[in-house]
Design a protein around this ligand. Structure first.
Ligand code: SF4
Length: 346
């Protein structure tokens, strides 16, 4: 298969241009065609010589691939299935919300992290996505031009595929690329420290940490990562960075009835996050996720009243806390529900 240009940096595109006999400045032209004008064929690149375009088409492809299936939720959320170069399938979710439109992208096919409440975790790991495949989800959904925000919260642990994630962020934010502000991008992580360190050092985008329980032994029951990279180490790392200004840190907290929603938990959460300029997003647990997951922990969602009490306690204690509205539950597009179900409709 011919190498893709989507996902290449300006330096690499310049090398591509030189390799087919084009002048050095054609690298910049290629970047403009691919990242700003969103060209899907070489024929469109009218300021590049005909001979150059033919040579490019012989040796390279653009790297754009349309989704192979789609589902639309009654709330307007749309889920798309993409096939990877390795023949795996991944999902991306488009979430319109008033003047915002967010895409939730996958970074791996399946996931290794094995969180007990997550349907994606039940898929097992089937490979890393390349930067081309991450960017293609953003570029190739029908509503791509409307997007205002990107969240790396789909299938996979982004920090475990950090090279491709950082490359895709560079291209989305670089002056030669899509010129997005990094403040419109949020990367979520369970706290895979080696990759998280690089994300913090090498990008300016927002970070969301999946916390879900402030007590290490209880957290480990639902998130095996706690054993390898304890949340205390993750927080110690985060404390070295400045989140008081433009860059934001948030903590995701799925609420399980009787498991992590007591006052004891809220109080410990408050202690743990003391001194952090952060926000907590409380997320309703989707029970369908547990049914299909590989656990017998019999998890169920907290009641709306308990979620409100939990939120109010934290807010009253000075931590901005919100209850996140669930989207796309009817098409299994909500948090932790991505299992490539669309693949079965193929
Ligand atoms: Fe992987 Fe995220 Fe699911 Fe955990 S919650 S298994 S990190 S996809």
């Amino acid at each position: 298969m011919r190498p893709a240009l989507l996902g290449k940096t300006i330096e690499e595109l310049t090398e591509v241009a030189l390799s087919v006999g084009l002048p050095k400045f054609a690298g910049k032209q290629l970047a403009e065609w691919i990242y700003l004008r969103r060209a899907t064929t070489f024929v469109e690149m009218t300021n590049i010589s005909g001979k150059g375009r033919t040579a490019l088409a012989e040796q390279y492809c653009i790297g754009r691939k349309q989704p192979v299936a789609e589902a639309v939720s009654e709330d307007g959320t749309k889920k798309y299935l993409f096939e990877t170069a390795e023949g795996q399938f991944v999902e991306a979710v488009y979430i319109p919300d008033d003047d915002r439109a967010t895409i939730c992208v996958s970074t791996q096919a399946g996931c290794k992290m094995g969180c007990k409440f997550c349907m994606t975790g039940t898929l097992g790991f089937h490979g890393h996505l390349s930067a081309t495949e991450i960017l293609n989800q953003i570029f190739s959904i029908p509503d791509s031009e409307r997007l205002t925000n990107i969240v790396y919260m789909g299938e996979g642990e982004p920090c475990e595929n950090i090279n491709a994630v950082l490359r895709s962020i560079e291209i989305m934010t670089a002056p030669y690329g899509c010129q997005w502000s990094p403040r419109r991008i949020t990367v979520s992580s369970v706290g895979y420290i080696p990759g998280l360190k690089r994300l913090l050092q090498e990008s300016d985008c927002h970070v969301a940490i999946s916390l879900h329980n402030p007590f290490p032994t209880e957290r480990q029951e639902i998130m095996p990562i706690e054993k390898v990279y304890p949340i205390s180490d993750v927080l110690a790392l985060l404390k070295q960075y400045d989140f008081r200004h433009q860059r934001r840190i948030s903590f995701e907290y799925i609420m399980f009835g009787g498991k992590n929603d007591s006052l004891r938990h809220a109080n410990q959460l408050r202690r743990l996050l003391k001194g952090f300029d952060c926000r907590i997003n409380l997320i309703r647990f989707h029970e369908g996720a547990e049914e299909k997951s590989n656990t017998h922990l019999s998890l169920q969602g907290s009641s709306p009243e308990q979620m409100i009490r939990f939120r109010d306690y934290l807010s009253d204690n000075g931590i901005t806390t919100t209850i996140r509205r669930s989207r796309g539950e009817d098409i299994l597009a909500a948090c932790g529900m991505l299992v490539n179900a669309l693949q079965e409709k193929e």
